[in-house]
Design a protein around this ligand. Sequence first.
Ligand code: 5RP
Length: 231
Amino acid sequence: MLEVKKSVGRYAASYVEDGMVVGLGTGSTAHWFIDEVGRRYQAGELKNILCVSTSEASSQQARELGLPLKNLEDVNAIDLLVDGADETTRQFAGIKGGGGALLHEKITAEYAHKIVWIIDESKLVDQLGKFPLPVEVVQFGSWKLFDRFQERGMNPSFRKDHKDSLFITDSGNYIIDLHLEQIPYPEKLAQEIKQMVGVVEHGLFLDYATTILVGKQDGTIMKIERSIVQA
Ligand code: 5RP
């Protein structure tokens, strides 16, 4: 799987053109995209790009590669955002946030003209929900919110970090993962969760991506393009 993530991540860097404002996604697949953008930048192919990152982890990687980093506020828009995903349908409904960066990823995606998701083929699904749906919540009252998710049969669990402490996002919030198994109506669920007080954002990304690049075990890459690209 690592090789597939590497090849699709690196391939996505071929979408970057000099002069672009480039959004850097988060996760182990986006890592390879950033790595290859860094290589091309150092080789002088992308002298005039600017990068906007979706997480502290990706910012750190970009800094190590010497990439020119800007805050989202400092650019008009992002020409191309390349990011991973945890699950997606061919209809561009996806779950993100497995790496805990969903809030900054979604805010960044709002300002991107073109969004390319890079995934391996195991993440391409007919229906969302096998992957737990991450929900970013403010710390205050989060156990009460947890109970509400439980009452609604949403099988919540608090995200833990590698030290078994509660995971804290780059914005200082917690993440509650909902183990739903299936999400037949993503739009309805997105609305329901967004209305709950204390929820900052959820990991349902509906109609954000404009292209999905699917890395396959046989080394090929399948492209799924959205026919109507919103401005
Ligand atoms: C981070 C994300 C990641 O893009 C998603 O979890 C995919 O990660 P990976 O490429 O490591 O499988 O949404 O918040």
